[in-house]
Structure formats: C-alpha cells, structure tokens
Ligand binder design. Structure first.
Ligand code: SF4
Length: 326
C-alpha cells in the first residue's frame, strides 16, 4: 500500500451566481483542498451537507470543471494529470463512481443487460459473443442471479438498484472507485449488506475507495484514513486510528463527541462533549479568517482575521487550525 494512486493538489471548484444587483458572487464549494490516497486504501471524506465533499467527487470525475488545482492519477506507473474537466478513455476505465441515488443514475428504459453491456463494449473488456457471460459473472460478484440481467430498474428495489450500480462500476475493471454516500438513500435493513459487499469487492479486486459520507461511525470501522470537510476545506486528515484516538481540530472533536456509542469502552475513547455555538454560515458568505470561528468554542482573536493553513502535526496527520501552528 505504498504507491499514491490519487493526488489532489490545491483543488478549487467555484460556482458563479448572479445577485439581483447584477453583481457576480461565487460559491466556493471546494476551496484549496489537497490530499492523496495510496493504493488499497479506503479514505473516508466526511462532512455535513454542503461541505463540498460531493463536489470534490464530481470534479475528480470531470463532471465539474475545476477553477484551480491539479488531479493526478497513477496507473501502472503512468501519471494522468488533469487541470480541466476532460477525461481520457483510460481514466474512465480506471476510475468509476457509484452515486447516492441509484434510481436516478440508471436508465429506466434499459434492462440490466443493456446497462452493463455499455461499459463492457466501450472499454472492450470482452469480445461481443462473451458479453452475456461476463455480465453473469459481474452480477455474481454483487450476489445477484444471472437472470437479473433481464430486469429493468423500474421492476427492482432500491438495494438491488444500488447493487446494479456497483456492478456497472465494476464492468471496466477499475482500480479506483468513488462511493458517494452509496447507502444513505437505502433502507437500514439493506445498508449493512451493501457495505459488506463493497468491502468484499475491495478485498477481492484489490481496489482503492474514496468513500464520501456523513457517517463517522461507519468510517471508524471501514476506512484506513479519514478527512473532515467544513465549508469547502479540509480541517483535519489522519490515519483512522489516530483520527479517532487523538482528534485535534475543534470541529472534529465536536462531531466525534456527538456520535452515539453502545459500549463503555467506546464512550471512554470519545472526546469530552463539545457543544457548538452558532449556525453553519452560508457558503456564499464564508466568514473571514477561519471559516469555523463563528462556531468554535476555542476561537482566538487571530481566528477572526487569518485563515489558518494546514499544519502537519505528525506523520500523515494534518490540521487546519491556529491552535497547532508550529
Ligand atoms: Fe477554532 Fe481558531 Fe482553530 Fe478555527 S483556527 S478551529 S476558530 S481555534
């Protein structure tokens, strides 16, 4: 697990909005984000709604044009560097995404066979006469019977639709998959099944995941590294064990202190209850200085005027906060 498969450098994705006055304003959905993921890792990207985590995913996939920054993928010793929203066929083969809502990401007029055969044909994975055989094999990977290929998305349940989405992502034999809240729109009863399936596939296919979620409890159990986002910026990033044992950023501490736990051992490991003050500011009017200062109980004078840069506090542990300035 040593090669960095993905490196994101100072990524910014801004969206222009027109004010009634005619003046342009910008939503800084992603504002100077840098991180890297090593081969085989599962990195959890966690944040509240509107923090910019899905925008990062869509920018990586080329669905949004980055305003600034670089996205670098390393496949088989070769680097694909991109600063625009154009993606090569090689990139599309190796990088896939599973969306939050499988209902809107699958064509309701196509059956599963048509949905899965498209990436198989585009990326020339098998000869034409072997496509159905390959579809049956991929369906088996997600524990669906081969007969499922004749069903349409409208005739199957939400969990099964998400399994088809995962199967579609697997068709091109990718190396890297972005999972954008893959279980949050599903019934609780099916969520654990999908997570276990994703972990099994990760192991068997030697994949790397960027797992976008708001669920810190889930990341504790499945990720190798966690990053926390707040208003377009990463506040803290660390290997999972360090992240949960020694959270440093006041926002991380606030989030972790509010996770419900079931055992006394877990309760003992939780940071002391940190109560937040204030409301989440609008991403259009991000506060000056540290964007978290309006809610931070440790806010200092400098926090109101100076935006902290990210500091390295130990190997692989980075925090964006004036408290940890070296
Ligand atoms: Fe709180 Fe200041 Fe750190 Fe921001 S920089 S999280 S306001 S202590």
């Amino acid at each position: 697990m040593n090669t960095e498969i993905l490196k994101v450098k100072n990524l910014k994705t801004y969206f222009a909005i027109n004010k009634s006055s005619g003046k342009k304003q910008y939503v800084r959905a992603v504002d100077g984000v840098s991180f890297s993921i090593k081969e085989g890792e599962i990195m959890g990207l966690v944040g509240e709604s509107g923090s910019g985590k899905s925008t990062i995913a869509y920018t990586i996939m080329g669905m949004y044009r980055p305003t600034e920054g670089e996205i670098i993928f390393n496949f088989n010793g070769k680097s694909i560097v991109t600063k625009s929203n154009k993606r090569s066929l090689e990139f599309k083969k190796n990088v896939q995404i599973v969306f939050q809502d499988p209902g809107s990401s699958l064509n309701p007029y196509h059956d599963v066979r048509q949905i899965l055969s498209l990436p198989l044909r585009v990326h020339k994975i098998v000869p034409k006469d072997k496509i159905e055989e390959k579809i049956a094999e991929i369906l088996e990977m997600v524990e669906l019977p081969a007969s499922f290929m004749y069903k349409t998305p409208t005739s199957i349940g939400g969990g099964e639709k998400q399994l088809v989405s995962i199967a579609r992502a697997l068709c091109s034999n990718p190396k890297f998959i972005i999972l954008d809240e893959p279980t949050s729109s599903l019934d609780v009863s099916i969520q654990a099944k999908i997570i276990n399936m994703l972990l099994k596939i990760h192991r068997e296919q030697k994949l790397t995941y960027l797992f976008i979620t708001h669920d810190l409890s889930l990341m504790r159990n499945i990720s190798t590294k966690v990053a926390i986002m707040y208003l377009g910026k990463i506040c803290e990033i660390a290997p999972t064990e360090i992240f949960y044992k020694s959270p440093l950023h006041p926002y991380t501490q606030m989030l972790l202190s509010s996770i419900p736990v079931i055992s006394e051992e877990e309760e003992a490991l939780k940071p002391k209850k940190v109560v937040s003050t204030g409301e989440i500011p609008s991403p259009v009017n991000v506060p000056k200085g540290c964007s978290f200062h309006t809610r931070c109980i440790q806010c200092m004078d400098i926090c109101r005027t100076e935006d902290p840069v990210i500091h390295q506090v130990s190997e692989d542990h980075f925090v964006r906060c004036h408290l940890y300035k070296s």
